[in-house]
Write a protein that binds this ligand. Structure first.
Ligand SMILES: Cc1ncc(COP(=O)(O)O)c(C=O)c1O
Length: 370
């Protein structure tokens, strides 16, 4: 049989290395997973109750229009429900947006140290990845604009950025939009928007309302602790919503996911508890890591990203191995383009205490080879 007699995937797909999700450590007794930016406090009890309640309706297809949850999001954030589309996590929407607006011969542009799925979605659609150099581990607006070519179709910016924890100001986002051609789709991936507390930050909704070529994606996986439900949404001009709506599966978001999402949105007290917990621990953790001489690139999400020296015994891989031996998994950042960094997700109080003790042991009890 000749090799031409078998089906071959589209060009670009063979360049994709499968995404490796955050791992847990097996077989070490207690396992603490701080590697996937999941929520320390889990879902709201009200979301769990709504999920159980929806179980009796699993014989019926879900509401394809997701009217209830779109209305709940619109009310909660003061948005236009007709401009909201739900997805199987924000991942599905990011994938569909890239697929709808870029293809063979086109370019998709984004910063360097950012969410690896942008690369995968771009290659899957047959387009070229173009990355602009970062400034202080965050998006550099001038560098992004300098990389625009006539082939650029989509620009993606994670705000706050995963993995570096940096954020782009509202003013800089507006400058980026103003500097891009009007026929370029700007995607603002605001998966961690709820954790940011800076006055000059905006999730992107204001820019969406003011333009017809910008989209904001959001998720229930982080603040709402519903990563396992796979629920996300995007907000955009109606034409863009119509385009993505035509290529998604009609019943993409399940009945329990819609029901749990509505209940989660309404539990404001729970959301505030998650925000308070996350902000408290990310500050403690960042201070502690700085005290060990590490550099913190940013901590605007539910994680802290730390840079390590290239010194024997004190590299990112040394601490990673030390923590793994104690059942604690954090995220090595090589796949995100930062081989000397580790990203640590904020966990529960007792998990963070255990982490602190392990950090202390690493820096006081293990020798550096220097
Ligand atoms: C920046 C960013 N965008 C999107 C996602 C995907 O989130 P979802 O669970 O909604 O697919 C993640 C998940 O970690 C993320 O970090």
């Amino acid at each position: 049989m000749s090799s031409s007699s078998r089906p071959l995937p589209r060009p670009g797909i063979d360049q994709i290395k499968a995404y490796v999700p955050g791992q847990t450590v097996e077989g070490q007794g207690r396992s603490i997973k701080l590697s996937a930016n999941e929520s320390a406090l889990g879902p709201s009890p009200k979301a769990i109750a709504a999920y159980h309640d929806a179980a009796s309706r699993m014989d019926r297809y879900p509401d394809a229009d997701a009217f209830g949850i779109r209305s709940a999001i619109a009310k909660r954030y003061g948005l236009n429900a007709a401009r909201i589309l739900m997805g199987i996590g924000s991942d599905e929407l990011l994938s569909a947006l890239v697929r709808a607006y870029a293809g063979a011969g086109d370019e998709v542009l984004y910063p360097t140290a950012t969410f690896p799925m942008y690369r995968i979605y771009t290659l899957a659609t047959g387009a070229q990845n173009v990355q602009a150099a970062d400034l202080n581990y965050g998006a550099d607006i001038e560098a992004l604009l300098a990389k625009v070519t006539p082939r650029t179709k989509v620009v993606i910016i994670a705000n706050p950025n995963n993995p570096t924890g940096t954020y782009t100001t509202k003013q800089d986002l507006e400058r980026l939009r103003a500097g891009l051609r009007e026929d370029i789709l700007l995607i603002i991936d605001a998966a961690y928007a709820e954790y940011v507390e800076h006055k000059d930050y905006d999730s992107g909704a204001a820019l969406v309302d003011a333009t017809n070529n910008t989209v904001m994606t959001r998720t229930f996986s982080k603040i709402h602790g519903m990563a396992g439900m796979r629920l996300g949404w995007c907000y955009a001009y109606e034409d863009i919503i119509g385009v993505v709506g035509r290529i998604r599966s009609p019943f993409n978001v399940s009945t329990p996911a819609q029901a749990a999402g509505i209940a989660a949105l309404a539990d404001l007290e729970f959301q505030q508890r998650v925000i308070d917990h996350t902000r408290r621990w990310r500050q403690i953790l960042a201070q502690r890591l700085k005290g060990y001489g590490l550099s913190i690139t940013g901590s605007e999400g539910n994680f802290v990203n730390a840079g390590f020296p290239d010194a024997p015994g004190r590299k990112a891989s040394d601490l990673d191995g030390f923590l793994r031996a104690r059942g604690i998994s954090v995220r090595p950042m090589a796949m995100f383009g930062l081989p000397q960094h580790l990203r640590i997700t904020i966990g529960k109080d007792d998990e963070m205490q255990t982490l602190m003790e392990a950090l202390d042991a690493f820096y006081t009890q293990t020798p550096s080879a220097a």
